[in-house]
Structure formats: structure tokens, C-alpha cells
Design a protein around this ligand. Structure first.
Ligand SMILES: [Zn+2]
Length: 139
């Protein structure tokens, strides 16, 4: 997967071959400029989407969730943001000693694997057990 900045076309990650599908994201420089210049509110943007959306970092910590996502988990925003996905979704493993992200089961976590796979391939994981996909982005 080759990733380009949507705003300045900077190559964020080159991919592994010229035939790699292309996805878009925002480079650090554009992100900082947009946030500063336009006082962009990511929560308002995510609320325009007609699906529950959790924006997570590389460690599966929830950075922002839209209103539909907050409603889906039935928790206040303060218990969703800056919390591991497993805690937010109440994964059974999150209750084990060490908690979400620190149990022996974490490397096999279906949520983490699905997020990482989607990030790497640009394809939505429909069922992690059956490996079904649908393409999210390509150009
Ligand atoms: Zn950029």
C-alpha cells in the first residue's frame, strides 16, 4: 500500500512495489497546518459520517469517536477517548491481569489485527475469521 498526503501529495509510505494500491492520508505538516489554520474539529467531521467511527492510534488507543460510536458502546466520551479499544468494547481479555494490550492473547487480538490489516492493505476486514474484504480506497 502506497500512502500519499491528500493535500500536498507527499509520499508518506512508498509501498513495496509500483503495483501497490494507493491510499491517502494527511502528512504531519499538513495536519498541523490545517488544525492550526482552520481550527478543524475532527469530532464534528466524524459526526458527519453515517456510521460509528473510532479513530485509533497505532496501539489501538481511541483518539476520537463520533456520536454514533459513543452511542454504540453506551459509555461517556471521557471513558472512550485515550482508552484501549479492548476496554472500550469490553473485550473479555481486557479484564485479565495486565488488561487490554498486555495479556498473552494481545498478539492475536481480532480488533488489533483487523485495524493493522486495514491500515496495511486499505481493505476493510468484514470477518476476521473468514478473511473477507472489501476495498476501502484505491486510485
Ligand atoms: Zn501534506
Amino acid at each position: 500500500m502506497k500512502n500519499l498526503c491528500s493535500f500536498c501529495n507527499t509520499v508518506i509510505s512508498p509501498g513495496t512495489s509500483p503495483d501497490d494500491p494507493v491510499s491517502h492520508e494527511v502528512c504531519e505538516s499538513c495536519y498541523t497546518r490545517i488544525m492550526r489554520t482552520h481550527r478543524f474539529n475532527i469530532r464534528k467531521f466524524l459526526d458527519m459520517l453515517d456510521a460509528p467511527v473510532f479513530l485509533v492510534d497505532a496501539d489501538s488507543n481511541v483518539l476520537v469517536a463520533n456520536t454514533l460510536a459513543i452511542a454504540a458502546v453506551g459509555k461517556p466520551d471521557s471513558l472512550v477517548r485515550k482508552n484501549f479499544c479492548g476496554n472500550v468494547f469490553e473485550c473479555v481479555n481486557s479484564y485479565l491481569p495486565g488488561g487490554c494490550g498486555k495479556t498473552p492473547f494481545y498478539p492475536d487480538c481480532a480488533i488489533r489485527k483487523s485495524v493493522n490489516e486495514t491500515y496495511a492493505t486499505g481493505k476493510q476486514v468484514i470477518s476476521s475469521s473468514r478473511r473477507e474484504y472489501t476495498t476501502l480506497t484505491s486510485s
